[in-house]
Ligand binder design. Structure first.
Ligand SMILES: C[S@@+](CC[C@H](N)C(=O)[O-])C[C@H]1O[C@@H](n2cnc3c(N)ncnc32)[C@H](O)[C@@H]1O
Length: 219
């Protein structure tokens, strides 16, 4: 299941256009069947960077820099990109250099879960977009490093490699709704259980792109 074409067209018709470099990044993603966050969700990252007046952003899973380009476009002073595929990260550095944005980036070629341990924060915005079964661990690792009013955005909470109906049934209280071997849906369900019940945080899911869980630190 995905958002209807009409809804997607509506969101895209009102959202910001790609820059030239973002357009090439998006074409590159299509050619390589790479699941970037897409322009609709990208515009939300841009908006969050603006609304938090972001000084520091951390990404779990950066691919070749498309999502980071949106945070930077929203004025983020610094973005930490993490990616364990060296070729993707190198291509990301090239794209962001072409856009004149690379000097505001730290490129970490490693497991994102190791990288977060090396940063103290505070982070104003965070993107979780790596292995779904590690989303909850990523939130636990970054939550103490969030600035007051900081925002954590998790991608693919509704669509992508996710069984939408099974996750919805889980959220509505049905025991055993998700297949035992469906690790990605289980990871998303665990993540949503974690953030929705976290003290001092508020979460709203936006049906944009592949579904974004937006969690704000409120005290
Ligand atoms: C969905 S893609 C990220 C897309 C990117 N955020 C964007 O919108 O352009 C997920 C990426 O996370 C990387 N990845 C997965 N697990 C990771 C981990 N534990 N540490 C670092 N990178 C990871 C994958 O290699 C892949 O490139």
């Amino acid at each position: 299941m995905v958002l209807s074409d009409d809804v997607t067209r509506f969101v895209r018709a009102t959202g910001p256009e790609h820059t030239d470099v973002q357009e090439r990044m998006d074409e590159f993603a299509s050619e390589h069947h790479f699941p970037n966050i897409g322009p609709d969700a990208g515009a939300v990252l841009c908006m969050v960077a603006r609304m938090t007046d972001a000084e520091a952003v951390f990404e779990f899973g950066s691919g070749f820099g498309y999502s980071a380009s949106w945070f930077l476009r929203g004025g983020a002073d610094r973005v930490v990109l993490t990616e364990f595929d060296a070729d993707e990260l190198e291509r990301g550095e090239e794209f962001l250099s072409e856009a004149g944005l690379a000097d505001r980036c730290s490129f970490e070629h490693c497991d994102a879960m190791d990288a977060i341990d090396r940063y103290d924060g505070p982070f104003d915005a965070v993107l979780i977009d790596h292995e779904k079964e590690r989303y909850a661990d990523a939130f636990e690792a970054v939550a103490p490093k969030l600035a007051e009013g900081g925002v954590v955005i998790a991608d693919n909470v509704m669509y992508g490699p996710i069984d939408f109906d099974a996750v919805l049934a889980h959220l509505e209280g049905e025991d055993g709704a998700i297949d035992a071997d469906d690790e990605e849906s289980r990871g998303i369900a665990e993540y949503l259980d974690t953030v929705c019940n976290a003290d001092g945080f508020e979460t709203v899911v936006l049906p944009v792109g592949s579904g974004l869980a937006v969690t704000t630190k409120v005290d």
